[in-house]
Design a protein around this ligand. Structure first.
Ligand SMILES: *Cc1c(COP(=O)(O)O)cnc(C)c1O
Length: 388
């Protein structure tokens, strides 16, 4: 049996995979088992921040692996402490909890908001407003937080206490927050929902309501964080400060980590025994993540913004390109053809793209060179033309 046959026989059928086995890679180029090279415009869904087999990342992890790979959270380790310090400096938050995924980071945020609600607004103040079309994870609670009905089939009963607001509708939001609301949870740029950037006026309204009605703002930066949008975190594009920030994906540079960052109002809400994770803050993973965070400096962030503008300019007005949404290297391309077919055709041309709803989605490594961007965009334009 080859890998694809074996996978289909022995792995749960939860994924619709592309017909490609990746065996190795370097930077933004993946090598397939078919012996062909592929330009990777998805980076493992915004995870491989510096691409495949990046030397700095690999040696940071390998060096830590050769000392201590795991201790449990009963002991202190330097990588987790150093990573928490680095994240606090990048974010303006005050403390950090580490888990292993985006869903777990959000789970931690939800628990924190609920405890804050009881302590600050009273019994029953547990409602969290999330947005329609949002995506917050796959556990029963984070699925419940996710404002998309497609995810809400067959898994009842769901965790209570979530209320969904149509994105951008200020009056609807105002009517949904009350004395039972502990938090409003948002992605500043919705990823899985179709790369939708929250309007500035809407974000302003959320923070005005927060002042009037006293609730927390949770920023789900699982996908948008760690330089993806040209700022370290997407909320920094808006000049606002959330109370809780969650992040994962690109933070680990390819290894599993999730982080829940606490601002002033909630930095001491969780106490001993309130939460935990066996692997959370694992030294090898944290050492790799620290190397990633340390490299996301102003120069790189500027490059990310410039590359985003460069791609937008290259696509603007071309045949079959309806519009481009998003910011930095988180872009959604609306095409006048079936996006899934366009992405399949690009794979045959040696370029890996993603989809989000009915758009072609781009989430390349932050250090992808311009010459690869050129080739990838040319392949996309050609594929769209063929599918028109
Ligand atoms: C991917 C994603 C999640 C879930 O992260 P996992 O690591 O798959 O659990 C949550 N929120 C957003 C915004 C995401 O993009």
């Amino acid at each position: 049996m080859n890998t694809i046959e074996k996978d289909q026989l022995y792995l749960a059928g939860t994924y619709g995979r592309f017909p490609l086995e990746i065996v190795s890679g370097k930077g933004s180029v993946a090598l397939g088992a078919d012996g062909k090279e592929y330009i990777d415009m998805g980076a493992g869904i915004a995870v491989n921040t510096f691409g495949y087999a990046d030397d700095v990342f690999t040696s940071a992890v390998a060096e830590q692996l050769s000392k201590v790979q795991h201790t449990s959270n009963l002991y202190y380790t330097a990588p987790a402490a150093n990573l928490a310090e680095a994240l606090v400096k990048k974010s303006g938050m005050k403390k950090v909890f580490f888990g292993n995924s985006g869903a777990e980071a959000n789970e931690c945020a939800i628990k924190t908001a609920r405890k804050w609600g009881v302590e600050n607004k009273g019994e029953g103040a547990y409602n969290i407003v999330t947005l329609k079309n949002s995506f917050h994870g796959r556990t029963v609670t984070t699925l419940s937080a996710t404002g998309q009905d497609v995810f809400h089939k067959n898994f009842d009963p769901f965790t209570q206490g979530f209320v969904y607001a149509p994105m951008g509708d200020e009056a609807a939001l105002e009517s949904l927050v009350d004395d039972k609301t502990c938090a409003v949870m948002i992605e500043f740029v919705q990823g899985e929902g179709g790369v939708n950037v929250l309007p500035e006026s809407y974000v302003k309204k959320i923070f005005e309501l927060k002042k009037q009605k006293n609730f927390l703002v949770i920023a789900d930066e699982v996908q948008t964080g760690n330089g993806r949008t040209g700022k370290y975190f997407a909320y920094q594009l808006y000049g606002v400060t959330p109370d809780i920030v969650t992040t994962a994906k690109g933070l680990g540079g390819g290894l599993p980590i999730g982080a829940c960052l606490f601002g002033d109002a909630v930095k001491d809400v969780l106490g001993k025994g309130d939460h935990g994770s066996t692997f959370g803050g694992n030294p090898a993973v944290a050492a790799g993540a620290l190397s990633v965070v340390n490299r996301i400096d102003d120069k790189l962030l500027k490059e990310v913004s410039e590359k985003g503008e460069y791609i937008k300019n290259k696509l603007a007005g071309k045949p079959g390109i309806s519009s481009v949404s998003g910011v930095g290297l988180m872009l959604g391309v609306a095409v006048a053809a079936d996006a899934k077919k366009v992405v399949s055709s690009c794979l045959n041309k040696g370029v890996l793209f993603l989809t989000a709803k009915d758009k072609v989605r781009l989430l390349p490594a932050l250090n992808i060179p311009y010459e690869l961007l050129d080739k990838a965009i040319d392949a996309l334009l050609e594929a769209v033309k063929e599918e028109l």
